[in-house]
Each structure stands twice: as structure tokens, then as C-alpha cells.
Write a protein that binds this ligand. Structure first.
Ligand SMILES: Cc1cc2nc3c(=O)[nH]c(=O)nc-3n(C[C@H](O)[C@H](O)[C@H](O)COP(=O)(O)O)c2cc1C
Length: 187
């Protein structure tokens, strides 16, 4: 698939069945991810593959960490967190391991990781792997960062759900960019 077709055709796949990506496909996805632009070549991205029984353990971790962050979560909300990773056969947790203090800003390091995720999503689409980038409260959980072995200054960039697309795939609308263009201020 050429790059333009991949960019214009990519969609998030909320419903993902087994099988997940093969080891070879995962390698392809991660190889594409680490080709992202990277200010200062800091290589800030870290990827944790979660599959099989690890998904239930991750779900338990999400519930426990979010409960510590927000003690008022009710049982239904906690159960939703427990079940979340079971929505796909394979997940990738993408974390920006921040170099600080550093002349390259924190936001640049996070943006490099976001570019890595986009490379990964486009490659997934091109090779027929369904993917969905999710964040939500767990991505902001200070406790989850620690549970995953990271420091408070690191940032969870997303949970990338991967698998075989299920259900009807969304119809893509190609938007005109005109609405988002602004004129450079007059002198
Ligand atoms: C940084 C980021 C975080 C996202 N987090 C979520 C999320 O938590 N839940 C969700 O349903 N979709 C999430 N998405 C996916 C968007 O909802 C999706 O990209 C958007 O609806 C456009 O659909 P498309 O990707 O099919 O073009 C996220 C996307 C980005 C870029």
C-alpha cells in the first residue's frame, strides 16, 4: 500500500478480535514506530507488549491504580477498567521516558512518541492489522506509571489496541483542510 492510500484510508478499529499481530507484524510495527522524527535523537519511546493472560493483569492494575488516584470510583467503573484490556488480543503501552532537565522540551519528547504511534498506526493499516489508540484516565495515572516501572516525570502516551478488525469498518470521509487554515496576521 502506498503512503497516501494508508494515510487517507486509516481508521480506528474499536472492535478487535483474535488473532493479534504475529511476532513478525509486531516487529514491523515497532520498526516503523522508531523511525519517527525525534528532536535531539533522544529515543524517548518505550513500548510494552501486553497479550494473553497479561491483559487481565493489566486490567487489575488499571483498576487498582485508578482507584488510588480517584477513591470515589464505583464498582461498575472499576469493572470497566478491569475489562478494558480484554477488548483486543494484543496491546502496546507507549510511554515517553522523559530526559529532564534537557534542552529538548518535554513536549517535543512527547510529540516524538506521538509521531511514533502514528507511524505504527499507518503501518498497521497498511499490513491489515486493526488498531486503536486509547488514553483516558489510566494514561494520566501517576500510580500506573510507577506500577509499569516508570517515573512520575514520564508520560503514558497511549494504549494501542491491536488485532483483527471486527464489525463494519467506519466509512472514511476525506475532509477539505480549508476550515483549519488561518491567514498569517497582516503586518
Ligand atoms: C492521543 C489520542 C488519544 C485517543 N484516545 C482515545 C480514547 O481514549 N478512546 C477512544 O475511543 N478513542 C481515542 N482516540 C481515537 C480517536 O477517538 C479517533 O482517532 C477519532 O475518533 C478519529 O477516528 P479515526 O482514528 O478513525 O480517524 C484517541 C486518539 C488520539 C490521537
Amino acid at each position: 500500500m502506498d503512503i497516501q492510500t494508508a494515510i487517507l484510508g486509516r481508521v480506528s478499529c474499536p472492535r478487535l478480535d483474535a488473532p493479534g499481530p504475529t511476532a513478525e507484524q509486531l516487529q514491523q510495527l515497532l520498526t516503523a514506530a522508531v523511525r519517527a522524527p525525534d528532536h535531539g535523537l533522544l529515543r524517548p519511546w518505550r513500548f510494552i507488549v501486553v497479550d494473553g493472560d497479561q491483559r487481565a493483569r493489566l486490567g487489575e492494575m488499571l483498576a487498582q491504580c485508578c482507584q488510588q488516584d480517584q477513591p470515589d470510583l464505583n464498582e461498575a467503573q472499576l469493572e470497566k477498567l478491569r475489562q478494558a484490556p480484554l477488548r483486543a488480543p494484543t496491546l502496546l503501552i507507549v510511554v515517553a521516558e522523559i530526559s529532564t532537565p534537557h534542552k529538548v522540551s518535554v513536549i517535543d519528547q512527547i510529540m516524538a512518541c506521538a509521531a511514533a504511534v502514528q507511524n505504527l498506526l499507518l503501518t498497521a493499516h497498511a499490513i491489515g492489522v486493526g488498531a486503536m489508540w486509547r488514553t483516558g484516565a489510566p494514561a494520566l495515572s501517576p500510580n500506573l506509571k510507577l506500577c509499569l516501572g516508570f517515573r512520575p516525570e514520564d508520560e503514558i502516551v497511549g494504549f494501542i489496541y491491536l488485532g483483527t478488525p471486527a464489525g463494519n469498518s467506519k466509512t472514511v470521509t476525506i475532509e477539505s483542510p480549508d476550515n483549519w487554515i488561518r491567514a498569517f496576521p497582516d503586518a
